[in-house]
Design a protein around this ligand. Structure first.
Ligand code: AMP
Ligand code: MG
Length: 513
């Protein structure tokens, strides 16, 4: 059985006073540009008590209220509306409430976002993809930036699917092993050649797999169903009849000229490359890959090969995250280690944003005295979008924008960094390229052992989905325990306060190990 550490039950945070509720409600309305309070205080209080989080309740209720107020009754609520409101709210949220600019570094009022809300928020600010042209041979794993339209039919001409003889099927009516029919061989067409002329009654043409079927012929009889006439090299005996179209691959039966074979957003794999090449494409338009600066913060970190002094450790997040990001399609630039000072962190962030489209940091996003990523980012004029996500591992997670560029501040614990990288950074990198599939692929499985989450956050447990569909714990579930990541190939999303017994059907998020 594998379980999360039990956290002490926290009292639900309701309002200190009616006044506080009204004030927050007003700030919330202002942040959304509305003239009157959007939330019914009674509903808010109720919701807050039920869900155990003031900030979360405000976000959820304000979101619904704003959407209700802003859209005509007749229109359905769209995801676009929802993410817009979530973004506005999170942007406006500062310590002290919506819209106020209290000192950064204070922790009390940052809303802990639901994972899906955080992700929507991120995806809503990812800029649209930019196209660039690459040779088809270099397009593997790239995301198409425009549709691919076939300029020709595939096959381009009727051709034989067998080594044999092209015939007029009518000539072989009644042919059989006991009653062979003889036809005159009037020529041969090798693959890559064409037959000049037309087959007449009583004639056949020798063809090989891929040879164009000569005009006049409507079928191919495979060689195994024929016999050469003894002593007559000009004739062949047919031991079977032939249906019209038999063993003929029809022009355009695979792809018709003018059809859209691939849609923008398609990820180019081996099969796609074959299709593009067969259709004669030399180049394709693909989305530019985002350049990602990968920083690790922490004065305790050392590079491989260095001798460790007491208290120091080898840095490991950049290697793991680089692999994850490269697989998601990013061009990764690994930065030198960043010591824990505001100045060094700010300098590294600034350089990262100048050189790259996205900066991913690890460490320094929690509440300790040496956690400087948020402060340094805000110091350089970055816009903090949100800071906490209600998942385990990975609660402290910074997301911000600097002009059009994005900051992902991942927690330093190696497993937290990887899990948040998979759940929140990978989809953004994929959206940046216009990919359709953003998240890790979901696979069904059956729990091989009981799973317990006593915590108050969703726990993304590291598990292994085996070939038989059984799901096992990958080992210890603490966020500093890296070794289970060797066994793990999937995450299991276990809700708070949940016990799932062995045999429960589940879905896991799988990554390529
Ligand atoms: P932090 O998020 O900076 O508080 O770090 C949390 C834990 O993760 C600490 O034990 C750090 O030493 C460790 N840690 C932070 N960054 C890295 C890294 N890049 N590689 C390995 N361990 C790290
Ligand atoms: Mg640190």
């Amino acid at each position: 059985m594998f379980r999360t550490r039990q956290t002490a039950a926290r009292p639900s945070r309701g309002f200190a006073s009616e006044l506080e509720a009204a004030a927050l409600n007003n700030q919330c309305s202002n942040a959304l540009g509305l003239t009157r309070p959007v939330i019914d205080p009674a509903a808010l209080n109720l919701h807050t008590t039920a869900s155990g989080g003031l900030a979360r309740s405000l976000c959820l209720l304000a979101r619904s209220a704003w959407i209700e107020a802003a859209r005509p009754r007749s229109l359905p609520r769209s995801r676009q509306d929802e993410s817009e409101v979530t973004c506005r709210l999170a942007r406006a949220w500062r310590p002290g409430g919506f819209g106020s600019r209290a000192a950064a570094g204070s922790v009390q009022h940052y809303p802990m976002l639901v994972l899906e809300t955080a992700l929507e928020h991120i995806l809503a600010v990812v800029p649209p993809p930019e196209a660039e042209r690459v040779l088809v041979k270099n397009a593997h794993r790239r995301i198409l930036a425009s549709d691919a339209i076939a300029a020709l039919d595939l096959p381009a001409f009727d051709n034989s699917s067998m080594d044999g003889y092209a015939v007029r099927s009518a000539d072989l009516a009644g042919a059989g092993a006991e009653s062979p029919v003889a036809l005159e061989i009037t020529g041969a067409v090798a693959a890559g050649c064409a037959f000049a002329g037309e087959i007449q009654r009583g004639q056949c043409v020798r063809v090989l797999t891929g040879s164009p079927v000569p005009p006049g012929a409507d079928a191919v009889v495979m060689q195994e169903n024929t016999r050469l006439a003894a002593g007559d090299r000009e004739c062949v005996l047919f031991l079977t009849a032939a249906e019209p179209g038999e063993n003929v691959r029809q022009r355009g039966e695979d792809i018709r000229a003018g059809t859209r074979v691939l849609a923008a957003g398609h990820e180019v794999g081996a099969g796609t490359l074959g299709v593009l090449a067969a259709l004669g494409f030399r180049e394709v338009a693909v989305a530019r890959r985002p350049r990602v600066a990968l920083l690790a913060t922490g004065s305790e970190l050392r590079e491989a090969g260095e001798v460790l002094s007491p208290g120091q450790i080898y840095e490991s997040n950049r290697a793991a995250l680089a692999a994850l990001l490269v697989e998601a399609g990013a061009v990764v630039r690994v930065w030198p280690l960043v010591p824990d000072t505001v100045e060094a962190t700010r300098a590294a962030l600034e350089k990262g944003f100048i050189d790259c489209d996205v900066v991913v940091t690890s460490g320094g996003v929690s509440v300790g005295e040496f956690d400087f990523v948020r402060a340094a980012f805000e110091d350089m004029g970055g816009r903090l979008e949100f800071w906490k996500v209600a998942i385990k591992p990975g609660k402290p997670f910074v997301f911000g924008c600097w002009e059009e560029k994005l900051l992902f501040g991942l927690p330093g614990n190696p497993v937290s960094a990887l899990v948040t990288g998979m759940l929140l950074v990978r989809p953004a990198v994929r959206r940046w390229q216009g990919a359709r599939a953003l998240g890790l692929p979901v696979h069904p499985g059956i729990l091989a052992e009981t799973v317990v989450n006593h915590g108050d956050r969703r726990h993304f447990m590291r598990v292994r989905l085996d070939e038989a569909g059984q799901v096992y714990s990958a080992g210890a579930q603490a966020s500093h325990r890296l070794s289970p990541m060797v066994t793990a190939n999937a995450l299991l999303d276990v809700p708070p306060d949940t016990t799932w017994t062995a045999g429960t059907p589940v879905h896991v998020l799988q990554w390529r190990d």
